[in-house]
Design a protein around this ligand. Structure first.
Ligand SMILES: Nc1ncnc2c1ncn2[C@@H]1O[C@H](COP(=O)(O)OP(=O)(O)OP(=O)(O)O)[C@@H](O)[C@H]1O
Ligand SMILES: [Mg+2]
Length: 304
């Protein structure tokens, strides 16, 4: 097994009465790609900012490479690269100058700056003002800056939110490429397919707590089921669904819902008769996906 690089024990962060992070334990080993999922306000940003040394926990312990931010900030700064949920660059500085400025914090050479511009595909934009970059290009610039110091741990808070599918895939490719160097990645995202594509380990957070943590296939297996996702004209009462064979749970959503069952073959006919008066307009039957697991656990989709 690879060595532990990040260890959290009983980490708590409160804002007045709110426990934004409410007792999180987490152990991450070198080379792991961890996807941190959770609805808005789950505590993801607060948690990763504590791992990044930007916020201090109110309680609990955080060790990165066995060290704490209080004692080893300078060393950890070099070994941990990060992209915040929002990066504000100075608009009237050119792309290459911006990269150089950040590089100067850890003595990056000119060659390294150019290498990173190439890696994030911004060589052509080197002389442009940052203000003129597109959203996707800004995200790539932030990623290039995060990678300048050859960090062993990379922490990205929603690196592809708001990007089009092509721009998203470009970022995925870069993250796939640096994997070979043994980099450890923590990534928060609202895109299930992003977590599925990049991360073998998924941590699900809600209300400041970890609801689930494990390999993607184990999370799916733990649900052990299949999902009927439907749209209907009228609401269906849970009571009438309880007689569906193998019924696990029902999550109503606007204009429909999802029913989790252990075996589609047995469940579907009874579901259809139970739902007859609701006026089903659309129905999809499938093996449960990570998105289904998520909504099953939290009662909400990732994008709510
Ligand atoms: N500085 C702060 N002061 C007060 N409350 C805060 C502060 N930072 C975060 N919170 C609250 O803590 C909770 C967790 O916020 P956080 O930003 O960690 O969530 P998140 O999971 O990153 O959400 P999102 O998916 O929207 O980015 C929220 O209820 C938020 O309002
Ligand atoms: Mg956030």
């Amino acid at each position: 097994m690879h060595p532990i690089v990040i260890e959290l024990k009983g980490v708590v962060k409160t804002f007045r009465a709110l426990r934004a992070v409410d007792g999180v334990d987490l152990t991450i080993r070198r080379g792991e790609y961890v996807g941190l999922l959770g609805p808005n306000g789950a505590g993801k940003t607060t948690l990763v900012e504590m791992i990044e040394g930007i916020q201090a926990p109110d309680d609990g312990e955080i060790h990165i490479f066995g060290k704490s931010w209080a004692d080893s900030a300078e060393e950890l700064r070099k070994r941990v690269g990060l992209c915040l949920q929002e990066t504000h660059f100075m608009d009237k500085i050119r792309v290459r100058e911006t990269m150089k400025l950040f590089g100067s914090f850890h003595d990056s050479t000119e060659e390294r700056v150019d290498e990173m511009l190439g890696l994030v595909n911004l060589t052509d934009k080197s002389r442009d003002f940052v203000v003129n970059l597109s959203g996707g290009q800004k995200q790539r610039l932030a990623l290039g800056i995060a990678l300048l110091s050859r960090p062993e741990i990379l922490i990205l808070d929603e690196p592809t939110t708001g990007l089009d599918p092509h721009a998203r895939r470009e970022i995925w490719k870069i993250l796939g490429d640096i994997r070979n160097a043994g980099t450890t990645l923590i990534l928060t995202t609202h895109y299930m397919e992003e977590a599925e594509h990049l991360c073998e380990r998924i941590v699900v957070m809600d209300k400041g707590r970890v609801l689930a943590d494990g390999p993607k296939r184990e999370l799916l297996a733990s649900m052990g089921g299949e999902t009927i996702s439907f749209r209907a004209k009228k609401k269906i009462a849970e009571k009438s669904l309880r007689r569906v064979p193998g019924f696990l749970s029902y999550i109503p959503q606007d204009g429909g819902g999802r029913v989790f069952v252990s075996r589609m073959r047995d469940a579907l006919p009874v579901f259809l008769s139970a739902a007859k008066s609701a006026g089903i307009t659309d129905i999809e039957c499938r093996r449960s996906t990570l998105d289904d697991v998520f909504i099953h656990m939290t009662g909400r989709t990732l994008n709510e």
